[in-house]
Design a protein around this ligand. Structure first.
Ligand SMILES: [Zn+2]
Length: 283
């Protein structure tokens, strides 16, 4: 059986670190250290509640395979926040908790930055594999979720009469020409949107692709909406992100009416479409 570290162990580590590196620091709220949820990117946090400071450490750090100095580095990092007035009730010393390397500076001054340096090295070499191993269940679940979402979208796009990606692609060329572009600066494709992605379209610069929300495949959405979304990104490419300049570029391309109709549809019907037609909605 694996012997996991306990909150009592964590509290004792905190006391030791305080005595070793923070002895001369001003004390504010009493500190409680706890292991929190398992997380991929967040190692620790500090907050205050009703006169008590709570330091939470990534629940995965309770595992004995995570070196003690990784836990120590996290605790020392949070203690540096504490002395800077975060979670401690003490006077705030910096407007921003991290900016300007103030945490590293504090740790260096107190002689405990080496903990962070060792921890950083371990995290760089081991963290990804450790996380994957520990959270296999979670990763499998999210893979499964993605697969199910993909299936639902596939079924949705296969609805008879729905617009295809080829349909989108065919509109791109003439629209680009309307902006005086000889070749389209991006591809267009559907966005198999999650429930959180509520935008009508998104530009993905790395893949040079504009993705229109999958709900726009439904022929009940006026064509003007699709033209406008593609035209918006063409104008954006041509004129920059300032709204006035985008509108001017649209006007020059003869798309003012299209824009009007699309914008009015969006304000009237988009949030309802998201609520009632989204293939990932189960209720
Ligand atoms: Zn921090």
């Amino acid at each position: 059986m694996t012997d996991f570290r306990t909150d009592a162990w964590l509290q004792a580590r905190l006391r030791t670190l305080w005595e070793t590196y923070f002895r001369d620091a001003e004390t504010g709220y009493p500190i409680h250290a706890r292991f929190g949820v398992r997380a991929r990117y967040r190692f620790g946090s500090i907050s205050a509640r009703q006169g008590v400071c709570l330091i939470r450490v990534n629940g995965l750090f309770a595992h004995p395979d995570v070196p003690e100095y990784v836990v120590d580095a996290t605790l020392a990092h949070e203690l540096a926040h504490y002395v800077h007035g975060y979670g401690s009730g003490l006077k705030k010393q910096h407007a921003h908790p991290h900016r300007g390397g103030v945490i590293e500076e504090e740790m260096a001054r107190r002689g405990c930055l080496f903990l962070e340096e060792r921890a950083e090295q371990w995290r760089r070499q081991q963290w990804q594999a450790f996380y994957a191993e520990q959270c296999r269940d979670r990763l499998a679940r999210s893979g499964e979720r993605r697969r199910r979402a993909e299936e639902r979208w596939q079924a949705y796009f296969a609805t008879p009469g729905f617009r295809s990606e080829a349909w989108l692609q065919e509109r791109l060329q003439p629209l680009s020409a309307a902006f005086g572009l000889t070749a389209p600066p991006f591809r267009v494709a559907w966005l198999r949107a999650t429930l959180r992605q509520k935008g009508v379209s998104y530009y993905f610069p790395r893949e040079k692709t504009v993705r229109l929300h999958g709900l726009l495949a439904d022929p009940r959405v006026p064509e003007a909406v699709l033209y406008y979304e593609i035209a918006y990104w063409l104008a954006y490419h041509q004129a920059g992100k300032e709204w006035e300049r985008i509108l001017t570029a649209m006007r020059k391309a003869g798309l003012s009416d299209t824009a009007q109709r699309a914008i009015s549809w969006r304000s009237r019907a988009w949030s309802r479409a998201l609520r009632s037609r989204h293939p990932l909605r189960t209720d």
